[in-house]
Design a protein around this ligand. Structure first.
Ligand SMILES: Cc1cc2nc3c(=O)[nH]c(=O)nc-3n(C[C@H](O)[C@H](O)[C@H](O)COP(=O)(O)O)c2cc1C
Length: 199
């Protein structure tokens, strides 16, 4: 029987890009392959393309329509079930995609007191400007971002046809980021059992 104290950390890997022809799933599946090798984590692959959200938000206090609640709820339940997140983001105009901002904004307590790690990709900046913007936004919803980022600059040259990275340094970077995510995820999960996050 699983000891709940030692249960695997539930990690939601969020694919931030929903563009036709996007590269995001290749990067997401690469980091998922790293998570799959770990004994301390279980993964949920959350593709924002598969859980489309409205952009038109209700007024404060307004009860959304059944259709909106159903659409948002499909994503909310998966975010709520996660102990930790890995956000896979490209860089769009020196920031991150609108689809990702919308997913963050529709939620609040689902992010609370949970760690977030990043895998970014883009041109020469490797998506790091998107990550720095995300750190500021996620602090507002009480999430904790981990220090190390995995970043792919000029990513087109860095993955082979099977979606594996050609630079072993990326695997080292993924381990460092996931180790930090595990530390924070376990620490916060344990802390919330005795001290619910209500601040
Ligand atoms: C609207 C848009 C804006 C972009 N702006 C940037 C940018 O500011 N910096 C950058 O490095 N790449 C930029 N790019 C290139 C993307 O990093 C690249 O197209 C990447 O493949 C996008 O991720 P995706 O394929 O998963 O959508 C931009 C791409 C799009 C579609």
């Amino acid at each position: 029987m699983t000891d709940p104290e030692n249960a695997r950390l539930q990690v939601a890997v969020i694919i931030g890009s929903i563009r036709n022809g996007r590269f995001g799933p290749v990067v997401a599946d690469w980091v998922i392959s790293h998570i799959a090798q770990r004994e301390d984590m279980a993964v949920d692959r959350v593709d924002l393309l598969e859980t489309p959200l409205p952009v038109h938000m209700p007024a404060f206090g307004e009860v959304p329509s059944d259709e909106v609640r159903e659409k948002v709820g499909a994503l909310s339940s998966r975010l709520a079930a996660a102990d930790a997140f890995v956000i896979v983001t490209p860089e769009y105009n020196h920031s991150y995609p609108a689809s990702l901002k919308n997913a963050i904004d529709w939620h609040n307590e689902q992010w609370h007191a949970k760690p977030v790690g990043f895998v970014s990709y883009g041109g020469v900046s490797g998506g790091l400007r998107a990550v720095e913007h995300l750190r500021v936004v996620l602090a507002e919803v009480h999430a904790v971002t981990v220090r190390n980022t995995v970043s792919f600059a000029n990513y087109g040259q860095l993955f082979d046809a099977e979606g594996k990275t050609t630079d072993p340094a990326s695997d080292v970077a993924a381990k460092a980021m996931l180790d930090q995510l595990a530390w924070w995820g376990q620490a916060l999960r344990d802390a919330k059992k005795t001290r619910p996050y209500t601040v």
